[in-house]
Structures are given as C-alpha cells and as structure tokens.
Design a protein around this ligand. Structure first.
Ligand code: UT7
Length: 335
C-alpha cells in the first residue's frame, strides 16, 4: 500500500457530538435596560433574541470540559487519543487550555493543544484533527470549539454587546473510511491579514468591529469556500440537505444560502437562543440540530464559517447516526 492510499483509508469520521451553554440567559429586553437599543432592532438586524453568558464561576476551561465530556459520552464508545481546542478567549495566555481540559476529562498523557482562528477556529481544528488521523499519528481526536465572546465588547457599546454569547461545542472524530457516513470531506481554509483590523480586541472589553465591512466579506468568503468544499467532495450545491453556517448574524447566513441556491428551509440556525458563540457556534449548532431532529442521519451537510483574522473555511459530511443518551435542546431553522 502506498502512503497516499493508506492516508485515503484514514478518513476522519464524526462519531460523537456535545454542547455546553452557561445557565445564565441575557435577553434583548435585559440589554435595553442598560444600552440604547431595542429588542426589535436586535432581532431584525441579527436574528438574536437572547444569549447565554458565563459568570466568573464558569471559565472557558469549564465550558470546554462539559462539551468535550458530553461528546465522548454520547457518541460511539471511543477514547480520545488527542485533543484540539479552538478558542480566541482562553482563560490565560499561558499555558494553553487543552492540557487542563484533557486532564479534567480523564484523558491522560495525550497530545493536547489550542488553536486560534477566530470564529473559523472549529473548522481549522477539524482540519488538523483530520491531518493527525490521515498521518497515522492517532486514531481518535476530540475537537472542542469554545469561546466566551461576551467578555470581549466594551459593555457600553450597543453595536457589539448584543451580538455575542458564550458556549462550547465538541465533536469526536475517529479513523474510518472516506465512504462511510460521518466522514469529513476535504476542508477548505483561507485567511487574509489585510482585514486584521476589521475585528480586533487587544484585551477583554476592547472589541472593535467594522460590522458592515465584515458582513460583506463574510458572505463573499463563506460562499466561495462553500462552493470549493462542495466541489472537492464531488457534490453539487443542489445535493446539500443541510447548511450549517457559523452563527454570526441570521441575515448573513440567509444571504449565503440564497447566493448558493440552497433553499432557506435547509439552513440551520440557533442564533436566536445563543447569539454568536465564536468557535463554539458550529459544533453547538450540530449538537442542537441533531438533538432536535433537524439534522438526520444521511443528510448531506455543508459546514462553513468566517471570523477574525480574517479567516474562513468550509467542509462537508454526510451526517452519521449517533447513539445519544442525553440530547441537548434548542435548535431549528430561523424563526
Ligand atoms: O463572527 C464574525 C463577527 N462579526 C460579524 O459577523 C458581524 C457582521 N456584521 C453584522 O452582523 C452587522 O453589520 C451588525 C449587526 C453588526 C450591524 O448591522 P447593520 O445592519 O450593518 O447596521 P449598521 O452598522 O449599518 O447600523 C445601522 C444603524 C446605525 O445608526 P445610524 O448611523 O444609521 O443612525 C447604528 O448606530 O443602527 C445603529 N445601531 C443600533 N441601533 C439600535 C447599531 N447598533 C444598534 C443597536 N440598537 N444595538
């Protein structure tokens, strides 16, 4: 067997999914008591009605542990041999989040590292997990996307505070064959540092974002990446049963679906309940949609994201049958 054909037999196959949201909910009505805004403005411009916000007693590490443990418990019975945590809001600059998360989940001595690629971080992490498996380094990887984006805006800034929430989502990928349900297609990734200043934060409470410019760029790059990922997987866009876009703004994801020619009832969304949870957004949506039945085994699914960096990405998979014991709640189509 050549090295290339060996790698082709080592596809990354999704076999577990988990989610964690802080219990504290901040509604749009709550925000109107301290910001010059309205529920109507936030809902009509973003699709968001509430977001979950972590208190000081719930860290990025805590959220990651909960989602990761659930993904391992609720999927096929496997043990993770590596952990990749995608986040731009780690608890500390040093050390990375992943080793502590691995230890708390009971994964001892495994490779564990963080990766930062803004809201695209989860797709970047999936790509590195697929690479570890294709190279034969490990057979299973736990991939966690976690962010506490509600910590980033200036608390008086009505243009950014309503957008962001906290949460974590996770998937387990294992070595399998490219033609089985759950196998990831090629992951398309990109970045453009000329847009680095469009979303930036030098510290918590100091987020700057050029919303309009980011909006246009997001639609453009998610569409391009989606087309490339579908083509690389041998799919045409008309084949896609479910679009799972990063939950930045429901107007952005509606534009993406429309431009790709994907009917709007195939676009999944949970932004109304969660806001923009950064690297957590796609795995959270997968977990919620699988639990609610919006995502069914056999659905040809396209994932796409965009974020600070600027970064973007997309990939495909046919949704697998997962044996879930404690399904989380709260997803659907935009309402
Ligand atoms: O994960 C990636 C991270 N970021 C994103 O994806 C963000 C992408 N961009 C967006 O989602 C949208 O651009 C926003 C939701 C941020 C803004 O929506 P918009 O439709 O582009 O509004 P705008 O920035 O053009 O603002 C329109 C008006 C402005 O007032 P004037 O200048 O027309 O008088 C804003 O000051 O709305 C005003 N405004 C608000 N009014 C009430 C901005 N924020 C608020 C608010 N409540 N919360």
């Amino acid at each position: 067997m050549t090295a290339a054909s060996a790698a082709a037999r080592r596809a990354a196959v999704v076999c577990g999914v988990g989610a964690a949201l802080p219990p504290h909910i901040v509604s749009n009505a709550d925000l109107t008591t301290r910001l010059e805004t309205t529920d109507e403005w936030i809902r009509s411009r973003t699709g968001i009605t509430q977001r979950h916000v972590a208190g000081t007693d719930l860290s990025t590490t805590d959220l990651a542990v909960r989602a990761g443990a659930q993904a391992l418990a609720d999927g096929e019975p496997v043990t993770a041999e590596a952990l990749v945590v995608a986040t731009t809001t780690p608890d500390r600059c040093c050390p990375a989040t992943a080793p502590s998360v691995a230890t708390r989940i009971g994964l001892t001595d495994i490779p564990a590292y963080d990766l930062a690629a803004g809201c695209t971080g989860f797709l970047y992490a999936l790509a590195t997990a697929a690479g570890l498996i294709a190279a034969g380094t490990v057979r299973t990887v736990l991939v966690i996307g976690v962010d506490r984006l509600a910590t980033l805006p200036d608390s008086d800034d009505r243009t950014t505070v309503p957008l962001f929430g906290d949460g974590a989502g996770a998937v387990v990928v294992r070595c399998g064959s490219a033609d089985e349900a759950g196998a990831l297609g090629p992951v398309v990734l990109g970045s453009d540092g000329t847009g680095a200043d469009l979303i930036r934060a030098s510290r918590p409470g100091a987020l700057h974002m050029d919303g309009g410019e980011v909006f246009r760029y997001a639609v453009d790059r998610m569409c391009t990446a989606s087309r490339r990922a579908a083509t690389a997987a041998g799919w045409v866009l008309g084949d896609i049963d479910r679009l799972v876009p990063h939950q930045a703004n429901s107007r952005i994801t509606a534009f993406v679906a429309r431009r790709l020619g994907i009917p709007d009832n195939r676009r999944l969304s949970n932004i109304a309940e969660t806001g923009n949870t950064g690297a957590a957004s796609i795995p959270l949506l997968l977990a919620h949609a699988a639990a609610d039945g919006c995502l069914q085994p056999g659905h040809r699914t396209l994932l796409t994201a965009f974020g600070a960096g600027l970064t973007w990405g997309a990939t495909t998979l046919t949704w697998p049958g997962l044996c879930r014991s404690h399904p989380p709640k709260g997803a659907g189509h935009d309402r």
